[in-house]
Design a protein around this ligand. Structure first.
Ligand code: B12
Length: 159
């Protein structure tokens, strides 16, 4: 990494102006009453390194559960030169590139078996990976000629 000028090396979040540290945070706290909840939220924010904590929203979403939206300036500073990023070692390929790679290297059709296991019935994620129609504009694995896909569906018991 290039040596950074100090004001671009030690950074905090950008809220209204550069490095003012302003963050929006939301969480839910259990408390016996609203006023205790508000004080508890302030203490929590202070422990997280916030100063100038402003409570934008506090709502009792369930009996004794208080939902907060907080604005505050965080005191922690990040030194970008101490950050060691994890850089993926694989190349992300498009569907066409995967098909082309399999064809060029005469790979046998790869069998993919998918399921949610045990009591898990979260099939939306499973289907978004496997189903032809795919997810967020990307085709699912069923749409690839180089894969044979078996979607066993939800709640498959591991042997
Ligand atoms: C929708 C949902 C449900 C629906 C499921 C409907 C369905 N048919 O799928 C219903 C209402 C049924 C449900 C029920 C429950 N749920 Co639920 N549910 C969710 C929710 C809100 C969204 C999941 C989803 O569909 N996302 C959209 C898809 C596209 O994304 P995805 O699942 O993350 O999958 C993507 C990636 O993660 C990745 N991926 C996923 N799997 C794999 C596998 C491989 C190999 C790879 C490479 C990639 C990959 O690729 C996918 C596509 O990008 C999440 C919270 C959340 N926001 O994530 C909770 C969540 C998953 N549920 C949770 C829980 C606890 C439950 C219940 C136990 C609640 C209860 N007490 O009854 C039950 C369990 C039911 C059961 N028997 O499984 C927890 C799980 C906590 C945990 N870590 O264990 C979560 C995280 C909510 C939470 N914060 O508590 N749920």
């Amino acid at each position: 990494m290039n040596k950074l000028e100090n004001n671009l090396r030690f950074i905090k979040p950008y809220g209204d102006s550069f490095n003012d540290g302003i963050i929006q945070l939301s969480f839910t706290l259990f408390s016996y009453d609203r006023f205790t909840a508000i004080e508890a939220a302030k203490v929590l924010c202070s422990k997280m390194g916030f100063k100038d904590t402003k409570i934008a929203t506090v709502e009792e979403v369930l009996d004794n559960f208080y939902f907060f939206v907080i604005y505050g300036s965080i005191t922690h500073i990040i030194d970008l030169e101490q950050i060691r990023p994890v850089i993926p070692e694989y190349i992300k390929m498009s569907k066409d590139e995967v098909e082309e790679y399999a064809k060029k290297n005469s790979l046998p059709r790869l069998v993919i078996v998918g399921a949610t296991i045990g009591t898990d019935s979260h099939t939306v994620g499973l289907d978004s990976i496997l189903n032809m129609k795919g997810f967020r504009g990307e085709k699912g694995l069923e749409a690839y000629k180089c894969f044979k896909v078996y979607n066993l569906g939800p709640q498959v018991m591991p042997a």
